[in-house]
Design a protein around this ligand. Structure first.
Ligand code: GDP
Length: 373
């Protein structure tokens, strides 16, 4: 299961975001910095219209959506990389996640303490990013030292280690310029080495600007252009989204009639969360395939570019090895179908595909895997 970390300066709304998106009461929102000191863990259920449609088509009793694990990671401050405050704890928590939600405060409110004493999202993003970069530089120094030691050993693969050393040198140069590792286009051979380093600035990131309810409803914010510019300049591969922790919290708290009224007051603005979940899944290049039967319609997550045996391995580890073939229906062919699904008709129209080991799974595929055992 892939995991995400919620990061940002203290008191920007991370815990509030975490609780709202995971609909949990974990985390610890409080109006003072450092309320969050342990990484809290929870799950986000990924909403899928395809899964809803498939459940109807296959008349499955229940549906099993895919989920993402989310960690609310302790807030960090300027100088976290040198071990001030809760910095080091924060930085080791974030190393284990696959992707990052970087929450930035874009709302003014004098009652809510800002750790840097004013609201300035670009400055905040820079502080957090610089700390991540400094920590990565530390890791790279350690990696260089151990590579140099390896080079002295009699049976070392000299060419490979020299390649690594040269790459580490270029990585340091990149980071010293203030550029995140993920902002450079690396070769596949380089990516293999970089992935092992687990760098903080190599993680796919979605920036979330936490704004007031009116700002969210109108899609505007006084800081929006500046933040966009910063991202465009520093990490154009990363996405920026507006959301309002306050609005999301209200949507979760209110019930039926009150909820309808509150939404109506706010132009019936939907939650930002489905879009936010889609963005991070895109950033991580995740897709879903489905297995559907009378008992359940089940959504599975794999990385884009996975072969059919790799996808089968997501269902059960053994299936990867024992995979023989799979029967596939494509979303395009099923989306207009009505329940109950007429499989014989699909077959006669050539819409029931038989695929082998080299087939690349696509988002929306419904698969029946045939294994050797
Ligand atoms: P964290 O330290 O980043 O995890 O921040 P919290 O989620 O604990 O939030 C800090 C304070 O800001 C709490 O009092 C929240 O209620 C408040 N807060 C968070 N998001 C919003 C928001 O969108 N609007 C307003 N007005 N207050 C917020």
């Amino acid at each position: 299961n892939l995991s995400l970390g919620v990061v940002g300066l203290a008191n920007v709304g991370k815990s509030t975001f975490f609780q709202a998106i995971t609909k949990s009461t974990l985390g610890n929102p409080a109006n003072y910095p450092f309320a969050t000191i342990e990484a809290e863990k929870s799950f986000v259920v990924v909403e899928s219209e395809k899964l809803n449609h498939y459940q109807k088509l296959f008349q499955s009793i229940k549906k099993v959506p895919t989920s993402l694990t989310v960690y609310d990671i302790a807030g960090l401050t300027r100088n976290a990389s040198t071990g001030q405050g809760l910095g080091n704890k924060f930085l080791s928590d974030i190393r284990m996640v696959d992707g990052v939600f970087h929450v930035v405060r874009g709302f003014r409110n004098d009652d809510i303490t800002h750790i840097e004493h004013s609201v300035d999202p670009v400055r905040d993003i820079t502080i957090v990013t610089d700390e991540l970069i400094l920590k990565d530089l530390d890791y790279i120094e350690t990696a260089k030292e151990s590579a140099r030691k390896t080079l002295k050993k009699p049976f070392a693969d000299k060419a490979a280690v020299e390649f690594e050393l040269e790459l580490l040198e270029r990585l340091s140069d990149t980071l010293y310029c203030g550029t995140k590792a993920s902002s450079v286009e690396w070769l596949d051979t380089e990516i293999d080495v970089i992935n092992q380093l687990n760098l903080l600035t190599a993680k796919p990131t979605v920036y979330l600007l936490n704004v007031t309810v009116p700002d969210y409803v109108s899609g505007t914010n006084e800081f929006l252009d500046k933040v966009k510019e910063w991202i465009e300049e520093n990490c154009p591969q990363d996405k920026l989204m507006l959301f309002s922790a306050e609005y999301e919290t209200r949507l979760n708290e209110l019930e039926s009639a009150d909820l309808q009224a509150y939404k109506a007051e706010n132009g019936n603005m939907p939650s930002a969360f489905p879009g936010i979940v889609d963005s991070i899944r895109d950033a991580l290049r995740l897709i879903s395939f489905y297995t559907c039967g009378p008992k359940e319609a089940h959504q599975w997550t794999v990385q884009d570019g996975s072969t059919a045996p790799e996808a089968a391995g997501a269902i059960h580890t053994d299936f990867k090895k024992s995979f023989i073939s799979a029967q596939v229906y494509k979303w395009e062919d099923l989306k207009e179908e009505a329940a109950p699904l007429d499989e014989a008709s699909l077959k006669s129209r050539g819409k029931q595909l038989r695929v082998g080991k080299t087939y690349f799974v696509e988002d929306g595929d419904v698969m029946v895997v045939k294994t050797g055992r």
